[in-house]
Design a protein around this ligand. Structure first.
Ligand code: PLP
Length: 433
């Protein structure tokens, strides 16, 4: 495997994850199995947290965007590493709360938060609500008023930079369901209303320009646009912007082709832009927030499957079907995400076969990878897919009534279950007739 110092091949020719024999893990816990390396997660957290100290005098907070992988263990780790978290639903909020996460360090995102969720956020004392529309602002103000509370808010802005691909585009981003537009004056108007609204405390602005970004320039451009906007807010609304949240989206390596940038480089470049702009515009330095999701957990995770069937179709392709698929990892069927594969029980052998890895669900598109290099597989082999820590478990479904796999946390040769495998009883739990 690659992009991690914590995988290797042991004397049995088995892949090890966090010092544990992956074939033994598969035997003990069954497959499909999510395996998460705690050392890698904590290492990633520290890269981010340390870079704020190093390049921005510690005047900021790293928020783990927990939609990438939301479970109690991750909120505990984020807490121990001194981070805040993003949540995007009542379910994530509840999980963080039950894990004992400090709620004042929780930021609540989303373009369609329900009144119940807004109410819950106020009751639980969430740090910030990132308001996405004027409708939400008014709803939140009225709920806060009823409760006799004040909501601390940021506003999600569309900075006109879209960096979802390797290139970034600076226009046309107005067509997006998230956030308030800059160029139409919408954002400024809503913030002006907020500043004058009782039970609302305006704290700052937020933007999130994309995901799996391998370039520093779009972040610098976003910092530049946002600092100019902060000046405009000051000049026209008389309001101080204490917090600038520049979102997440830092790219990670899914396979050999990806070349991620160390996070420190992002922070260093963004810090420079913010300092320059603050000086040029005579603004105080804002408290900075960054929201890595994928880059915290993706490479720490692997999924183990058992090969069930190998179907060789002469002159067409070889299908290798495994006991999981789109229900535990929908990223291939959603956007043909590429992964790195290896046979865990013959990890050191040469990859001399080209195969298509298929899931077990009733969809022809249920694949995990097409034309991938692999050791020639036979039924019963254990297949490991790397970099599945983000947007796998969190996007899992029960399609075909498949129970969700267990997740095991590994560290220095030790292992423990952090999410139990679902049973068939769990599957019918809410069927009441
Ligand atoms: C999804 C999301 C993130 C995290 O994105 P990654 O690509 O996982 O780093 C951060 N902030 C917001 C608002 C998001 O929606």
């Amino acid at each position: 495997m690659f992009d991690s110092n914590h995988t290797s091949v042991n004397e049995k020719n088995h892949l090890t994850l966090g010092g544990c024999d992956s074939v033994e893990l598969a035997k003990e816990y069954g497959t499909p199995l999510y395996v998460l390396d705690e050392t890698v997660v904590r290492e990633r957290c520290r890269f981010f947290v340390d870079s704020v100290k190093e390049y921005y005098g510690g005047n900021g907070l790293i928020l783990y965007a927990s939609k990438a992988l939301s479970c109690m263990a991750l909120y505990r780790i984020a807490k121990e590493e001194g981070m805040g978290v993003d949540v995007v639903s009542g379910g994530e909020m509840y999980t963080a709360y039950k894990a004992g996460f400090p709620m004042e360090k929780v930021y609540f995102h989303g373009n369609c938060k329900t009144p119940e969720e807004l109410s819950m956020a106020l009751d639980l004392g969430l740090g910030r609500i990132v308001v996405d529309s004027v409708t939400e602002l008014r709803q939140l103000a009225s709920i806060a008023k009823e409760k006799g509370k004040t909501a601390n808010v940021l506003f999600r802005i569309k900075p006109g930079i879209d960096a979802h691909t390797h290139d970034f585009v600076k226009t046309g981003q107005i067509d997006c369901k998230f956030g308030l537009a800059l160029e139409t004056g919408e954002a400024l108007e809503v913030i002006r209303e907020a500043v004058e609204t009782e039970h609302i405390c305006y704290c700052g602005v937020h933007c999130h320009i994309g995901s799996q970004i391998f370039d520093i320039d779009p972040f610098c451009e976003a910092a530049h646009v946002m600092m100019r906007f902060i000046k405009e807010i000051k000049d026209t609304c008389g309001a101080d912007t204490k917090e600038l949240n520049l979102g997440g989206g830092f790219g990670i390596a899914y396979n050999e082709k990806d070349d991620p940038i160390p996070f420190g480089n992002y922070m260093e470049a963004v810090s420079r832009v913010v300092h320059e702009e603050a000086e040029a515009l005579a603004l105080p330095l804002p408290f900075i927030l960054m929201e890595p999701g994928r880059s915290i957990v993706a490479t720490a995770g692997s999924t183990l499957y058992t090969v069930g069937v190998v179907k060789d179709i002469p002159d067409v392709r070889t299908y290798v079907s495994v006991d999981g698929g789109m229900a535990d990892n929908p990223r291939y069927i959603l956007y043909q995400a590429e992964y790195h594969f290896t046979l865990a029980n013959r990890a050191g052998d040469e990859k001399d076969a080209i195969v298509t890895v298929a899931g077990r669900c009733c969809e022809s598109g249920d694949l995990l990878g097409e034309n991938v290099r692999l050791q020639r597989p036979v039924p019963g082999d254990i297949l490991a897919v790397s970099a599945t820590g983000a947007y796998n478990y969190s996007m899992a479904s029960h399609y075909n009534r498949l129970p969700n796999p267990a997740m095991v946390l590994v560290k220095d040769g030790t292992h423990r279950v952090i999410i139990k495998r679902e049973s068939y009883e769990d599957i019918i739990r809410n069927d009441i007739f």
